[in-house]
Design a protein around this ligand. Structure first.
Ligand SMILES: Nc1ncnc2c1ncn2[C@@H]1O[C@H](COP(=O)(O)OP(=O)(O)OP(=O)(O)O)[C@@H](O)[C@H]1O
Ligand SMILES: [Mg+2]
Length: 292
């Protein structure tokens, strides 16, 4: 393991020198403490909304376990991140197009392979990632749930984290626990909440208020917000129908709220940290964290 870490450090240093790191896509990781709170469905619909607004968006399915962004977009994918990482496929073979022209790369066990890549393969992979970077204004990375090693590292590597919570007490305490871990490693992290499945605006306000105050008082960190989404029957219906609600039910409450969230996401882009960011450095940082 130590040898491998040393090898990775070496590759990372070499790539840094090569200055491949010129991308300026916004890399946003969507994560949560507890599972099943709506990350994947939010990511898919938010991505489509941003595409409809004119942005070039690529979703990367970073869920190690139950990769399912393709299902939510109604596309059957046979290949994805894993094949790209292993060098078995080219970018144009693994980037699929979903409704409204949203682009995505499906996941599965891909990230695991990345950690074990040899230097030549890693080099090749990062070159492809660099191309991908040029193709996107915004990259949304949908992660699995929880404070597992991989999720924390994927979140830390991004410069923007969207944390999805629901009003369930366990979802809130798990989100707090994840925030604590993330901010203990990186205090400057840009963390914003989406409160999903709320029953009223007051409920959303209340959760937001308590969460941000608790995090500020106990962890000394400011957490922002992007908005909330109501518990809406169209969400589960659209998942069953495998057509995102933004496409099939554009006027439902969830669609309008996702539109609001997408606008906030654009408005709240300060551009900070775009220099020297991009996907190549995202993956480098992700690998760097594995050496800790
Ligand atoms: N706003 C909503 N209104 C109603 N139901 C919702 C809403 N958001 C999510 N759901 C329900 O929650 C379920 C889980 O959603 P989703 O798969 O997007 O969660 P997830 O956080 O990605 O889960 P995992 O942690 O397993 O990846 C969906 O099948 C859907 O029925
Ligand atoms: Mg999911």
């Amino acid at each position: 393991m130590k040898d491998q870490a040393e090898q990775l450090r070496h590759i990372v240093a070499r790539l840094r020198q090569k200055d491949m790191d010129r991308g300026n896509a916004r890399i946003i990781t969507v994560t949560s403490g507890k599972g099943g709170v709506g990350k994947t469905s939010l990511t898919a619909n938010l991505g489509i909304c941003l595409v409809q607004m004119g942005y070039k968006v690529i979703i990367i399915d970073g869920d190690f376990g139950l990769a399912n962004i393709d299902l939510m977009l109604g596309i059957v994918s046979r290949y994805g991140l894993k094949e790209l990482i292993l060098g078995q496929m080219e970018l144009n073979q693994v980037i699929l197009e979903g409704p409204s022209g949203i682009k995505f790369i499906s996941g599965g066990s891909g990230m695991r392979e990345l950690i074990n890549l040899g230097s030549h393969q890693l080099d090749n992979f990062l070159k492809k990632i660099d191309e991908l970077n040029d193709m996107a204004d915004i990259v949304l990375i949908d992660t699995g749930a929880g404070a597992t090693d991989n999720v924390v590292k994927m979140a830390l590597a991004a410069h923007e984290i969207v944390l999805v919570v629901t009003p369930e007490p366990t979802s809130i305490t798990d989100a707090y626990a994840l925030t604590k871990i993330i901010t203990s490693i990186r205090k400057d992290v840009d963390l914003r909440l989406i409160i999903n499945r709320v029953r009223s605006a007051a409920e959303a306000e209340d959760i937001l208020d308590k969460f941000t105050k608790t995090v500020r008082n106990f962890l000394g960190v400011n957490v922002g917000t992007l908005g909330s989404v109501y518990d809406d029957i169209h969400v589960s219906r659209s998942i069953r129908e495998q057509v995102p609600y933004l496409v099939s039910y554009p006027n439902c409450r969830a669609s309008r709220q996702v539109e609001y969230i997408a606008k906030r996401l654009i408005e709240q882009d300060t551009g900070d940290g775009r220099n020297n960011q991009g996907l190549v450095s995202y993956f480098r940082r992700f690998l760097d964290f594995f050496q800790i």
